[in-house]
Design a protein around this ligand. Structure first.
Ligand code: ATP
Ligand code: MG
Length: 244
């Protein structure tokens, strides 16, 4: 199944993506992490893999991405050309594309490519795709969630996160939503009356230090394991694994 991880800037999307990927890999799933953030550069470090070549380099120009992304022709994880995949154990990483130079234009081609790549990909029952989205909600405008089965919305304990989560909820996006509180602080609970929260991930010194140093996230966080249990149970119940 395919999960889209989104939320406000700095809420912990990349951290949660990497922790979930590692947990699923330990449980025997083959996990493809998709770096869908065109700005930040270090997701590969949290996963402990090399930086792969960017998928956008499959095309000669931005215009070509718009014209040809729909016919990308990648239907299975193993069909992704080798140089575009970084791997370690059961985890693979692909990167859609980064902004590299001043004035190169908006990131819309990357959004279109991400959407079509996800829509086209077919998975086996033991395969997971986890997408680390760019900050904010623009990817919903680009339809990136269309190819995903469920969305994980990561909140940090800020007013801005709460307002964004409420806005997402009111948009009635046609996807299963999992709201996850990250860097959890008890005081946040008072403000969350209407959100169906599935996990509260505490502030962790190990996570903080790994992110500070740009090191692989090697810690097991009990609440992340519970979150993965919840997602697996609910998605099995919804039949998300049967449709592929
Ligand atoms: N559970 C946690 N415990 C401690 N620190 C955390 C935790 N989660 C995230 N952080 C800290 O928050 C910072 C931001 O996390 P992360 O890069 O995962 O957020 P993000 O939502 O992906 O950010 P961006 O919007 O820039 O992509 C990290 O560098 C790390 O210092
Ligand atoms: Mg990030």
């Amino acid at each position: 199944m395919k999960l889209l991880v989104c939320g406000k800037g700095g809420s912990g999307k990349s951290t949660i993506t990497a922790l979930i990927a590692k947990s699923l890999a330990r449980r025997g799933y083959r996990v493809l992490v998709v770096d869908g953030d065109e700005s930040n550069l270090s997701l590969h470090r949290l996963l402990g893999v090399e930086k792969p070549k960017e998928l956008k380099d499959l095309f000669g120009s931005r215009r070509e991405i718009f014209e040809k992304a729909k016919n990308l022709g990648i239907r299975r994880i193993e069909e992704i050309p080798e140089e575009f995949v970084a791997r370690k154990d059961r985890i693979r990483l692909v990167c859609v594309g980064k902004i590299h130079s001043f004035g190169e234009g908006c990131a819309c081609p990357m959004g279109a490519l991400l959407r079509e790549f996800l829509k086209g990909l077919k998975l086996n029952e033991n395969e997971f795709v986890i997408v680390d989205a760019e900050a904010g909600i623009e990817h919903f405008g680009r339809g990136v969630e269309e190819g995903c089965d469920a969305v994980i919305f990561v909140l940090d304990p800020t007013y801005e996160s709460r307002v964004m989560a409420e806005r997402i909820k009111s948009m009635n996006i046609d996807k299963k939503m999992y709201f996850v509180l990250n860097k959890f602080d008890e005081r946040f609970s008072d403000f969350l009356s209407d959100l169906d929260v599935v996990a509260k991930i505490p502030f962790s010194e190990k996570i903080f230090l790994a992110c500070l140093k740009g090191e692989e996230l090697k810690c097991d966080i009990e609440e992340v394991e519970k979150l993965v249990d919840t997602i697996l149970n609910q998605e099995h119940a919804r039949g998300s694994f049967l449709q592929y």
